[in-house]
Design a binder for this molecule. Structure first.
Ligand code: SF4
Length: 100
């Protein structure tokens, strides 16, 4: 291995490690799902009826882009004016209504 190849490999290793570390850190900033809530049976049923999910199937329709979303700056998950319990900013339900 030439000195130039060795230098490139060291630089590539350092860059890859830095990018990998940054990705791991950014991935830790937000939970993938909201913590389970203790809800009344009717509220749990409404979430299911509205097909609420912590992961929207459509990137253009996320809870944090919905008129009903209530952000919570102290936690990963916010709330919703229609559904009780924690609402993930990247979530979705069939009542989605884009903010104007
Ligand atoms: Fe999310 Fe549905 Fe509430 Fe809108 S109405 S914030 S899409 S759960």
């Amino acid at each position: 291995m030439s000195e130039q190849q060795a230098r490139f490999n060291r630089r590539h290793l350092l860059t890859s490690s830095a990018l990998f570390g940054a990705g791991m850190l950014s991935g830790c900033k937000r939970s993938e799902t909201c913590p389970p809530a203790q809800l009344a049976a009717d509220d749990t049923k409404l979430r299911a009826t509205m097909h609420y999910t912590d992961r929207s199937p459509d990137p253009a329709k996320l809870c944090n882009g919905c008129q009903q979303y209530l952000p919570n700056t102290d936690a990963d998950c916010g709330g919703c004016k229609l559904l009780k319990g924690p609402i993930h900013p990247a979530g979705y339900c069939i009542a989605f209504s884009a903010k104007s």
